[in-house]
Design a binder for this molecule. Structure first.
Ligand code: UD1
Length: 426
């Protein structure tokens, strides 16, 4: 099992290119199921999760041409040979569940495993299922699988989500592109990845308006066509490197950054006393901190455009070194503070009270062996390790490989002393 060895305490300096967005890529790839024509995605991130989804699509009969290391991925769902997504595949990566709606829209039926819970919370899919039912799908849950049928096709529906859900909004939008009539989604999520998906679907011939607002209208069409589409840059990866530079200190410029999508993060970094120069036209964000002390800043995670839950752990790592006390509230997932006890192993002073973490800044962190528990939590340990004195070993980094492309290489070019090693945990 791989682990990362980090010798912390030196500032970062240089430029880091931002990769394509994992959370966008996973939904864009699923869109290939809606057409019998080939689709080409550029700026595709090479990650365990995207490679994994490509395998599931292959199981369904999609031809995948995506050479190792290439950021261009060709998908061709000319003919589907299966409409079954097995438990082993959906369990490992929740976004696989999103094949359900497109398979029903394209083939009239599908059998897809329920994803089950995950480390950060229960994460039910009730909203996904309610929306598909409202569009006329006949659903049964048997032996852990959802069996869905809409023999005469899906039909447009008026859906008002009771909770803001990124996944349910995207899943319903995908399915509705081929439904008969108009679908209206109210209380839709507004994440930039939803806009990215709508742009791509519209390029394929869909008729979607309002993506990026809380009301999305989808007028169903007979068929979609192939296209070439660039995956948007990853705002979470960009935000993570911004916080790494802020924590370790130095001068780092992120190239190809989705500046407009990072407003809440940039505002919080500035409040904390970090110099941030964001240039939307040039798609760059420059982060500088040379000896300026960090100020404690409190925040609550919120659906977009609020502060993203996927950057909460990284911000907490930064706040462990701020002067004063910050209160971090997690409002999206019920169990997303697993990084707190690991950060404490480096000397952080954090008390978790339900959905709130009270972080009292300390003058210094010191390196220690720690354990990665989920994707974003693991990268918060890397950030803390870069800022800590001495050696930190982050074990179980397969979580990191799910969502960060060439992490140690990108940080290494900025002077970070970070190295991947295989073998026994330390
Ligand atoms: C997506 C992102 C994830 C991010 C999250 C919130 C991907 C692959 N993952 O996850 O990185 O942290 O958005 O920004 O894009 N919920 C229900 N019923 C449902 C669906 C969701 O109760 O049917 C709840 C969830 O348990 C959670 C909240 O709604 O508490 C938000 O979840 P959701 O926005 O759906 O997150 P994901 O799409 O799973």
């Amino acid at each position: 099992m791989d682990r990362l060895h980090i010798i912390g305490g030196s500032p970062l300096s240089g430029r880091i290119p931002v990769s394509g967005a994992k959370n966008s890529a996973l939904k864009l790839m699923v869109a290939c199921l809606l057409t019998d024509q080939p689709i080409e995605f550029t700026n595709m991130p090479n990650l365990a999760d995207t490679r994994f989804l490509a395998q599931l699509l292959e199981t369904l009969g999609v031809e995948v041409y995506w050479p190792r290391g290439s950021s261009t991925c060709h998908l061709n769902a000319a003919e589907l040979k299966s409409t079954i997504a097995p438990y082993e595949q959906v369990r490992k990566m929740r976004a696989s569940f999103n094949v359900l709606g497109p398979l029903v829209a394209r083939s009239g039926h599908a059998t897809v495993s329920l994803p089950g819970g995950c480390a950060i919370g229960a994460r039910p899919v009730d909203l996904h299922l309610q929306a598909l039912e409202a569009m006329g799908a006949d659903l049964r849950v048997e032996q852990g699988y959802v069996k869905a049928a809409a023999i005469h096709g899906l039909k447009g529906a008026h859906i008002n989500f009771s909770t803001v859900s990124v996944g349910a909004t995207e899943h319903t939008m995908l399915a509705a592109t081929l439904a008969k009539g108009e679908t209206i989604l109210e209380n839709a999520a507004r994440e930039p990845e939803i806009e990215d998906l709508a742009h791509c679907l519209n390029q394929m011939g869909a008729q979607i308006t309002g993506a990026g607002t809380s009301v999305i209208r989808i007028r169903g069409v007979e068929a979609l066509k192939g296209t070439t589409y660039p995956v948007m840059p990853d705002r979470i990866e960009a935000g993570t490197f911004a916080m790494a530079a802020a924590a370790a200190g130095g001068d780092v410029t992120l190239d190809g950054a989705p500046v407009a999508a990072l407003g809440a993060m940039i505002a919080k970094l500035r409040e904390a006393g970090v110099a941030v120069d964001a240039d939307e036209a040039a798609s760059t964000i420059r982060i500088r901190r040379n000896g300026t002390p960090l100020k404690a800043v409190s925040l609550s995670t919120q659906p977009h455009p609020g502060f993203p839950t996927d950057l909460q752990a990284q911000f907490m790592a930064l706040m462990t070194l701020a002067s004063g006390t910050s209160i971090i509230r997690e409002t999206i997932f019920e169990n997303r503070f697993m990084h707190a006890p690991e950060l404490a192993r480096l000397g952080a002073d954090i008390t978790v009270r339900g959905q709130e973490a009270v972080v009292k800044g300390v003058a210094q962190l010191t390196g220690a062996p720690v354990m990665a528990t989920d994707l974003r939590a693991s990268v918060s340990l890397v950030i803390a390790g870069l800022a800590a004195q001495g050696e930190t070993v982050v074990n179980r980094i397969y979580h990191l490989d799910r969502g960060f492309e060439r992490l140690e290489e990108k940080l290494g070019t900025c002077g970070a002393k970070i190295e991947r090693r295989s073998g026994e945990e330390e």
